[in-house]
Write a protein that binds this ligand. Structure first.
Ligand code: COA
Length: 197
């Protein structure tokens, strides 16, 4: 297993892997390839935004996992939900266009994490969390935030039991899901966890 930074040459493989991993329970999501590409391109532009990281896991010559992390500022909806718990000063006048760093220093968001179903349970998910943790600590972050589905027990285990994160909020969400070939908008609950890193 080798964890390394995402490179543009990984794009096609990563998009397919992402679509596959999030098409299953509890997500049942349908992602347009162009939207996924746009997301990877946005977060991989680390020269423009040094507080973002996209990493991949390579095994036997293929990509089997991926993960993204960045300053919580880029996840405004979660930032608003957790601001009370992170002692973050958050003003209603703040906008995403404004430079965040003087106001909410030290809070890192663990975004996407996905591992090919054929190699799960081998510690790859954990290694991709560790890689982002190391990145965040090197840059002086002190707190981490992650959001997952209430039904995603593995992520809750990895962050709560292994890293000591605590659930601080829940959120009722709606998402388009494809179940047994039928696409519909369904409600689900997400949990937001915060911890020292
Ligand atoms: C979540 C995911 C990334 C985990 O990847 P992984 O490589 O299998 O993770 P690891 O092997 O590092 O760790 C799995 C851990 O979960 C535990 N686990 C497995 N099934 C579990 C369950 N049903 N409930 C609780 N813990 C469980 C394993 O025992 C292991 O913990 P341990 O190290 O204490 O033994 C992978 O399942 C995935 O891609 N899922 C689909 C996409 C997804 O849901 N991503 C998260 C979005 S928030």
């Amino acid at each position: 297993m080798r964890i390394r930074r995402f490179q543009m040459k990984d794009m096609v493989e990563m998009v397919v892997l992402y679509q596959k991993c999030f098409s299953e329970a509890p997500w049942f999501e349908v992602h347009d390839a162009k939207d996924v590409q746009r997301m990877f391109r946005k977060y991989a532009k680390t020269d423009a935004k040094p507080d973002m990281v996209v990493c991949v896991c390579e095994q036997d010559g293929r990509l089997v996992g991926g993960a993204i992390g960045f300053h919580i500022w880029y996840k405004q909806e979660v930032l608003k939900l957790i601001s009370a718990h992170c002692e973050i000063h958050f003003s209603a006048h703040d906008s995403v266009d404004r430079e965040p760093y003087q106001e909410i220093q030290g809070v890192f968001y663990f975004a996407e994490l996905f591992v090919d179903p054929s190699v799960r349970g081998q510690g790859i998910g954990k290694a991709l969390i560790e890689e982002r943790l190391a990145f965040a600590r090197r840059r002086g972050y002190q707190k981490g935030v992650v959001r997952t589905s209430l039904d995603q027990k593995v992520i809750q285990h990895l962050y709560k039991d292994q890293l000591g994160f605590k659930e601080v909020a829940r959120q009722a969400l709606l998402a388009k899901k494809l179940i047994d070939g039928v696409e519909e908008e369904l409600a689900y609950t997400s949990v937001i966890m915060v911890g020292k890193i």
